[in-house]
Ligand binder design. Structure first.
Ligand SMILES: O=c1ccn([C@H]2C[C@H](O)[C@@H](COP(=O)(O)O)O2)c(=O)[nH]1
Ligand SMILES: [Zn+2]
Length: 196
């Protein structure tokens, strides 16, 4: 039996009554799945060392289980401190572009499930054409994205063409909440204990 019994309960004040009744019902302001998965992608992006664009990806199976996460970063063994992070240079080989692994690629490589067929991918940035190919070949059925800032670039136009041809849906993320704050400090506060 979980929760407090409130019959025969004599609350010391009205605050106690409200708190005890609240503790007996489920929370209503819990994080819903789409916000949760996109928040995981956003948090994962914070691992990126890219000074200009941090990208996060989160692959989710039809049972709402996360099967892979990734962010954009240099390949394993290539020091973040030695690789170039710039966008432009006289020689393209001195920019980040030929080297950086895209968030989606890393999410696939990191996956903990053999099969990602029928999964959804939550991404903070619309995938490029190379990532679109990976998404298609892996059997992902739905892309949920936040930013489409590169919509006028051929990489993204090609990605959309590929998704349209293959019936993969792409949907702009509409959050239920405007903001989600990670407040480590509050976990130590006494407020956490009031319903224990
Ligand atoms: O599908 C994509 C497209 C891009 N990325 C990464 C690759 C780079 O690290 C940045 C883009 O940098 P800009 O300075 O905005 O050009 O985003 C990705 O992970 N997935
Ligand atoms: Zn890409």
């Amino acid at each position: 039996m979980s929760g407090k019994q409130i019959s025969n309960f004599s609350p010391a004040d009205d605050g106690d009554r409200v708190r005890s009744e609240t503790a007996c019902r489920k929370r209503e302001d819990y994080l819903e799945w789409p916000d949760y998965f996109m928040a995981v992608a956003v948090l994962t992006a914070q691992r990126s060392k890219d000074p200009n664009t941090q990208v996060g990806a989160c692959i989710v199976n039809p049972e709402n289980k996360i099967v892979g996460i990734g962010y954009n970063g240099m390949p394993i063994g290539c020091s973040d401190d030695l690789m170039p992070w710039g966008k432009t240079a006289p020689n393209e080989l001195d920019t980040k572009y030929p080297y950086v692994c895209h968030a989606e690629l890393n999410a696939f490589v990191n996956k903990n499930s053999a099969d990602v067929k029928g999964c959804r991918i939550y991404v903070t940035l619309f995938p490029c054409n190379e990532c679109a190919k990976l998404i298609i070949q892996a059997g992902i059925k739905e892309v949920v994205f936040v930013s489409d800032k590169n919509h006028d670039k051929s990489e993204v136009k090609a990605a959309k063409r590929l998704f349209d041809l293959t019936g993969i849906t792409y949907t702009k993320f509409t959050p239920k909440r405007r903001q989600l704050v990670v407040d480590f400090e509050s976990l130590n506060s006494d407020n956490q204990k009031q319903f224990d």
